[in-house]
Design a protein around this ligand. Structure first.
Ligand SMILES: NC(=O)c1ccc[n+]([C@@H]2O[C@H](COP(=O)([O-])OP(=O)(O)OC[C@H]3O[C@@H](n4cnc5c(N)ncnc54)[C@H](OP(=O)(O)O)[C@@H]3O)[C@@H](O)[C@H]2O)c1
Length: 316
C-alpha cells in the first residue's frame, strides 16, 4: 500500500458516514459513496462500486436503519443489511482490503440482566435486528481482514437521529411521553468515528499483530446507561440554547404504552471489555459525548453550514 491508503466510505451521507469522513480526512484518499451514486439493494452495483474504487480500506456505514419500516420491507432490509455487506467482504478478501462494518444491539432480545458480551446468544426481536445479524454472519463466513463493531442508540450533530428529533419536538411541544423501561448506552457518531480511526490506524501500523489477532466482532458503545426518558431529559437540560426558550415536560411511560411495529429490546447494554482489552480503546461516557455533540450544534460555524433538525426517528 502507498503511504496514503484509499478509503472507501459507503453510506458517507449517513450520521456515522459524515463523522468518518471527518475523522479519516487526513489519513488517506477518501472516496465517498451513498445513495446518489450506488443502490446497495442492487448487488451488481455494490461489486462494481468496490472494483472501481479499488480501496485499501472499506468503511461501511450504510444500512437500512428504519427499524419500524423494515417490518413491512424485510426483503430490502435483508438485501442492504446482509447481502451488500457479504459482497463487501468478498471484495475485501479478494484484494486484501480491510473491511470495517457496524452492527447493532438489536441482535439481542434484551432479556439478559447485565451487559451483553459478544458471545451471548443472539435472538433479534425485529426484522432490522435479524437483517443486521445476517450481515454479521455473512462477513464472518467470508473471513479475511474485517472488524465488526456492534453499537447502540447512535446520535450526533448530523443526519436523522434521536438527539435532533428531540430538539425539534422540544421546540414544538409542551410535554412529551417517553419510554422509560428500555435502557441502553447512547453512543455518539463522533466517538464511534474517532475510535474507529484509532483502531484502523493501529491495525494498519501492525500494532495488533497478524490478522487473526485482531479481526472479529466487538461491542463499541459509549460508557454508562440510561433510559430513553432519561436521555431525553439530559438532552433538554444540556441543549437549552437550541430550544428557543422552551423546556418541555418529559413524562415517563412504559413500552406497552407506546406500541411500535417493531419490538425493541429492554436491555441494550453492551459490554465493551473485549474492545478495551484488545485495542486499549474506551469511548467517552454518553453524557460527555452528548455535551460534545451539543457543542458542535451550538457552534456558530456549524449553524452557518445549515442545520436541518431530524425529521424522523431512526434508531437502528
Ligand atoms: N442509528 C442507530 O441508532 C444505530 C444503532 C446501532 C447500530 N447502528 C448501525 O450503525 C451504522 C451507521 O448507522 P447510521 O445511524 O449512521 O445510519 P444512517 O444515518 O441511517 O445512514 C445510513 C446511510 O445508508 C444509506 N443507505 C441506506 N440504504 C441504501 C441503499 N439502498 N443504497 C445506498 N445507500 C443506502 C442511507 O441513505 P438514505 O438516507 O438515503 O436512506 C444513509 O446515508 C449502521 O450499520 C447501523 O445499522 C445504528
Amino acid at each position: 500500500m502507498s503511504n496514503r491508503p484509499r478509503i472507501l466510505i459507503v453510506g458517507s451521507a449517513g450520521q456515522v458516514g459524515v463523522e468518518l469522513q471527518r475523522s479519516f480526512a487526513d489519513y488517506g484518499k477518501i472516496i465517498c459513496r451513498d445513495r446518489d451514486t450506488v443502490d446497495l439493494a442492487v448487488p451488481d452495483q455494490v461489486r462494481a462500486m468496490v472494483r472501481e474504487a479499488a480501496p485499501n480500506i472499506i468503511l461501511n456505514a450504510a444500512a437500512y436503519t428504519a427499524v419500524d419500516r423494515a417490518e413491512s420491507e424485510p426483503d430490502v432490509a435483508m438485501t442492504v443489511n446482509a447481502q451488500a455487506p457479504a459482497i463487501l467482504a468478498e471484495e475485501a478478501l479478494r484484494t486484501g482490503a480491510l473491511l470495517v462494518h457496524y452492527s447493532t444491539d438489536y441482535v439481542f432480545d434484551g432479556s439478559k440482566r447485565g451487559p451483553w458480551i459478544e458471545t451471548d446468544k443472539t435472538n433479534p426481536l425485529n426484522v432490522y435486528g435479524a437483517s443486521k445479524l445476517a450481515g454479521e454472519e455473512a462477513i464472518q463466513k467470508v473471513g479475511g481482514k474485517y472488524l465488526i463493531f456492534r453499537t447502540s442508540w447512535v446520535f450526533g450533530p448530523h443526519g436523522q437521529n434521536y438527539l435532533l428529533t428531540m430538539l425539534r419536538l422540544g421546540r414544538e411541544r409542551e410535554s412529551l411521553n417517553i419510554v422509560d423501561d428500555q435502557i441502553g448506552a447512547p453512543t455518539s457518531s463522533i466517538e464511534l468515528a474517532n475510535a474507529t480511526r484509532t483502531i484502523v490506524c493501529g491495525v494498519l501500523d501492525g500494532q495488533f499483530g497478524a490478522t487473526p489477532n485482531w479481526a472479529g466482532l466487538y461491542h463499541m458503545t459509549c460508557s454508562g446507561l440510561v433510559s430513553w426518558c432519561g436521555f431525553s431529559r439530559a438532552i433538554f437540560n444540556r441543549a437549552q440554547a437550541l430550544l428557543d426558550g422552551k423546556m418541555p415536560v418529559v413524562n415517563p411511560i412504559s413500552t406497552s404504552e407506546y406500541p411500535t411495529p417493531a419490538k425493541r429490546p429492554q436491555n441494550s447494554c453492551l459490554s465493551n471489555e473485549k474492545l478495551e482489552a484488545r485495542f486499549a480503546v474506551r469511548l467517552a461516557p454518553w453524557e460527555t459525548a452528548l455535551d460534545e455533540a451539543v457543542r458542535r450544534l451550538i457552534t456558530p460555524l456549524f449553524k452557518a453550514c445549515n442545520l436541518s433538525l431530524g425529521k424522523d426517528d431512526r434508531n437502528g
